[in-house]
Design a protein around this ligand. Structure first.
Ligand SMILES: [Zn+2]
Ligand SMILES: [Zn+2]
Ligand SMILES: [Zn+2]
Length: 350
């Protein structure tokens, strides 16, 4: 019997099919292959991107750091060459009869995570993964000074099926003058729960899931990685800080180190279990202009691209998930990442 399950934060229902449960090998996909060709994110091509807004460049033997927009960086942040939104101007919110519009103001940046074209967040050293999260924080702290922006979304499209147009490892940041609908649903749902119970719904989830860890994938001192009770997608996984914090950028220093470890471990496990899947990863955090809150709790959502969204989902806004989260969690939990698996991406034939 399939099950209807309700997400306790948003109230969204999902259908979990239990009798035709899909195992990792049931998802047939093309393996990720590197296409090669010219890459604007590789060393030596720094002038092919807009000028960098941030870069981490280790100085060699105490000497001067390498020049801006030249090789020698470990991580580089640049404006998107084809931004979804423009940075200049005012919002000029206005009505067009009964319709509302405003100028498409926003920031759209690309975080180039490593100079190594054929690596991934699962295969670069922990410290490099940590740098990626420091870069997210640095950019949020800078952009939140711009009061036009209400929300900063950081996300990652990995692999062409997940929407990545360039294969070089990168994440993206979009600062928006409005709150995204999905975030509003989470904010309102967690607020309601708090009004009713005087507790954070995410903290409650963490407590209950750790107590009976059938949906827990992994845990370290600061984070728990789990399959949510009502996931929309097979192998959807969340990473939550154990200590309550509403904003990603307000976390204490040591948290970014633990976060890097948690994210890398999940990606390694997913690579092993799902054979290097394409995926989307998003950071959900508080609106930038909001003060710290007791009811919202920042987190990461990881969604491997294994199924396609079809008519039923578009028509109803709820989802059919062919893999129960208890099974997805078990596969990921039991995945052994101590043995390096096949290379995450097939190298380009010479
Ligand atoms: Zn490259
Ligand atoms: Zn909380
Ligand atoms: Zn979320």
């Amino acid at each position: 019997m399939p099950e209807l399950r309700k997400d306790p934060i948003t109230g969204r229902w999902v259908i979990i099919s239990t009798d035709r449960a899909k195992r990792p090998t049931d998802f047939s996909r093309e393996g990720m292959k590197l296409k090669g060709g010219f890459c604007p994110f590789c060393y030596g091509n720094e002038t092919k991107t807009p000028p960098e807004v941030l870069a981490y460049r280790p100085s060699k033997n105490g000497g001067p750091s390498p020049q801006r927009d030249s090789p020698g960086w470990n991580l580089r942040v640049v404006p998107n060459k084809f931004p979804a939104l423009g940075i200049e101007g005012g919002l000029a919110r206005q009505a067009e009869g009964m319709f509302d519009k405003m100028n498409g103001i926003g920031a759209h940046e690309v975080i180039i995570e490593t100079p190594e074209h054929d690596k991934t967040l699962a295969t670069i050293p922990d410290k490099r993964v940590e740098d990626v999260f420091w870069a997210f924080r640095d950019r949020i702290l800078d952009l939140k000074q711009d009061k036009r922006f209400k929300y900063i979304l950081i996300f990652k499209n990995h692999g062409e099926p997940a929407g990545a147009s360039l294969e070089h490892p990168h994440s993206q940041l979009i600062a928006l003058p409005i709150l995204p609908k999905q975030v509003i649903e989470e904010l309102e749902g967690s607020k309601q729960y708090f009004v009713y119970k005087e507790r954070c719904v995410f903290c409650d989830i963490i407590r209950q899931e750790i107590e009976n860890p059938i949906r827990v994938v992994a845990e370290n001192s600061d984070f728990v990685t789990l399959a949510p009770y009502a996931p929309r997608f097979p192998f959807e996984t969340w990473i939550l800080p154990k200590r309550h914090e509403s904003s990603f950028e307000n976390s204490p220093t040591h948290v970014y180190e633990s976060l890097a470890k948690a994210v890398k471990l999940l990606l390694q496990k997913a690579d092993g279990v799902l054979d290097n899947p394409a995926y989307n990863l998003v950071i959900h955090t508080s609106p930038v202009q909001d003060p710290s809150s007791d009811h919202y709790h920042w987190h990461i959502e990881f969604m491997p691209k294994l199924t396609k969204t079809a008519g039923f989902e578009w028509g109803t806004g709820f989802y059919i998930n062919p893999t129960p989260p208890e099974e997805a969690a078990r596969f990921l939990r039991e995945a052994d990442v101590s043995q390096p698996s096949a290379p995450a991406v097939q190298p380009v034939p010479a």
